[in-house]
Design a protein around this ligand. Structure first.
Ligand code: ATP
Ligand code: MG
Length: 325
């Protein structure tokens, strides 16, 4: 594996609200993504997963984002507009949970595909049209030639999601950030979407940052996983290590809170005690301490930090044997 990361994020902090009364949503996190790897980002709703990705891509004009984000060693946060635009789509691409919103409702799908393909590849209109039809075929859109003249609202949500992924991947990005790309899809289509991403990875060195609530999907497709809680990464490491030997009490609770799909091993899911607090009421010390069954007085007074060295299992919990603080 290449020793230089594609994307290197150090001490990323994202705040909304006024400077006097800031709302800190991402609390100084660090991570790197290397060529060809698939990384999962998991955590309860509101933990800051989407804001982390949008901040790293410098797509949050209303937020205050600080720290360092480097794309192939170039600073993303300080990049001039034209440089940033040249990365978006071509090098880093992001797909969102609501695909219908990503297409423009007033243009046909064919028009939008041909425009995007021509913006990224030097090809004539008839060639772009043929490429578009091929892409639609690849993601199993029936009668692609005919459907080119349809508008986004004439497709199902699953079809829109598959078309959006096909269009994004047609730009051959090096990094795909997929924010819950399969959340609104049924399991068969989820499998197709992930298979499509895997197929592309066979022919093109694509790195993927997959945000998902589906821990099964993450277990199946991700080389590494990062667990986020209230704006902090509380545990990270190779997916097998983190899922088979979880260290942070939050990761343990998260894994226990999902229903088992194994019919021979039916364990009743245990909901996580209490709710995730609002970032406005961030607890002192470890962010998980108000909900943690293992909490000690140190967890209330001191915040455990996580080391950022690559490819090992890391945890931000004083009580874990792996803690290196
Ligand atoms: N534009 C914004 N202005 C103010 N607060 C925001 C803004 N966007 C997000 N937040 C807050 O930031 C926190 C993290 O939000 P984020 O969308 O990143 O969570 P998430 O982990 O992606 O959740 P989900 O799993 O539901 O998608 C939440 O408390 C949210 O209310
Ligand atoms: Mg989100």
């Amino acid at each position: 594996m290449n020793s230089k990361p594609l994307l290197d994020v150090q001490n990323l902090v994202t705040e909304f609200g006024s400077i006097k009364d800031p709302l800190r949503v991402v609390n100084g996190i660090s991570f790197s993504i290397y060529e060809g790897e698939t990384i999962g980002l998991v955590g309860e709703s509101g933990s800051g997963k989407s804001v982390t990705c949008l901040s790293a891509m410098n797509l949050l004009p209303t937020a205050r984002v600080s720290g360092s984000v480097r794309w192939k060693s170039e600073s993303v946060l300080d990049a001039p507009r034209h440089r940033h635009q040249s990365w978006m789509g071509k090098e880093m691409a992001m797909i969102f949970q609501s695909p219908q919103a990503s297409f423009n409702p007033v243009f046909t799908i064919g028009y939008q595909f041909i425009e995007t393909i021509q913006a990224h590849h030097r090809v004539s209109k008839p060639v772009a049209k043929q490429m578009a039809i091929e892409l639609l075929k690849q993601v199993n859109i029936p009668d692609p030639e005919l459907r080119m003249s349809d508008y986004p609202h004439q497709f199902s949500l699953g079809m829109c999601q598959r078309m959006m992924i096909a269009l994004t991947l047609s730009m051959s990005p090096s990094l795909l950030i997929a924010d819950e790309p399969t959340a609104s899809l049924d399991v068969t289509i989820q499998a197709q979407v992930m298979a499509l991403i895997e197929d592309i990875k066979q022919t093109h060195p694509l790195s993927v940052l997959l945000i998902s609530h589906d821990l099964g999907l993450v277990a199946q497709y991700c080389d590494r996983v990062m667990v986020m809680y209230l704006g902090d990464i509380v545990e990270s490491g190779p997916t097998v290590d983190v899922f088979q030997n979880p260290q942070h009490p939050y990761t343990i609770s998260l894994l226990q809170s999902i229903p088992s799909t194994n019919p021979h091993h039916r364990v009743r899911p245990v909901p996580i005690m209490g709710d995730i607090p609002s970032p406005k009421h961030r607890p002192s010390g470890c962010p998980f301490n108000p909900r943690c069954p293992l909490k000690t007085s140190r967890c209330v007074s001191e915040r455990p930090s996580i080391t950022t060295e690559q490819h090992r299992h890391h945890v931000a919990c004083f009580e874990s044997a792996l803690y290196q603080g």
